[in-house]
Design a protein around this ligand. Structure first.
Ligand code: CA
Length: 234
């Protein structure tokens, strides 16, 4: 699962350079040159991270960052501000409105990539290829194997992605919308109850080792991966 990175930068040479280094690092970059286009991309499919220039032709990047932070759907989207402004005040303003990190032009591509990776590690651990383990349930992204207490479990491709997303965020309540964005990536064409269908299938797949009990339905909220199974009555 390579990370999708949205680059919002109006200077073509810089946009190209950033996109190139993203590609070389195994990310999938999308380049737009204005906030309006960035809004379209985000509305259609949530990227894993946004690299956002400060000075853009239609409106300041910070205004867009502020909008993203106000919206529940995009609140947790990692934002890396890119700017020519070196002034300390701007840096503080950028971080105050909710940017996660800040890189000043001219920047070293190596440093930029390192910052991107650090942000992704924090926000989307399922994008790394590390094996996930929760309470005897193991998911290996490289071999696409899921085992429960050492026994291999048959999990379909969508359920695999769903499980990976949940296991990377144990104990956190994930709304159906968050699951659609994180697992399906394109929320526009899929109904929320689709999530319920796949959660049901996933639970069936995890039943042999009784790890289905780790996936908790949160009333009015969504789903949560428990770190340890609640003992079932009877
Ligand atoms: Ca600019």
């Amino acid at each position: 699962m390579p990370a999708n990175i949205l680059i919002v930068e109006d200077e073509p040479a810089i946009a190209e350079l950033v996109a190139l280094h993203c590609k070389h690092s195994g990310f999938v970059p999308t380049v737009v040159h204005a906030v309006l286009d960035a809004r379209d991309v985000v509305d259609e499919s949530l990227p894993d991270l946004i690299i956002l220039d400060w000075m853009l032709p239609d409106k300041p990047g910070v205004d867009f960052a502020r909008e993203l932070r106000r919206d529940e759907r995009t609140r947790d989207l990692p934002i890396l501000m890119l700017t020519a402004r070196a002034a300390e005040d701007d840096k503080i303003q950028g971080l105050e409105i909710g940017a996660d990190d800040y890189v000043t032009k001219p920047f070293s591509p190596k440093e930029l990539v390192a910052r991107i990776k650090a942000l992704l590690r924090r926000s989307a651990p399922e994008l790394s290829d590390a094996t996930l383990e929760v309470s005897g349930l193991t998911l290996d992204p490289t071999s696409h194997r899921v085992t429960g207490l050492g026994t291999e479990l048959k999990v379909g491709p969508t359920e695999f992605r769903l499980l990976r997303f949940l296991m990377a965020r144990p104990e956190r309540v994930m709304t159906r919308q968050a699951l659609l964005d994180g697992v399906w990536g394109d929320h526009v064409f899929i109904e929320e109850r689709t999530v319920d269908v796949h959660v049901r299938r996933l639970r069936v797949a995890l039943e042999p080792s009784r790890h289905d009990r780790l996936i908790e339905t949160v009333r009015g909220g969504g789903y949560r991966m428990r770190k340890s199974a609640v003992s079932s009555p009877g």
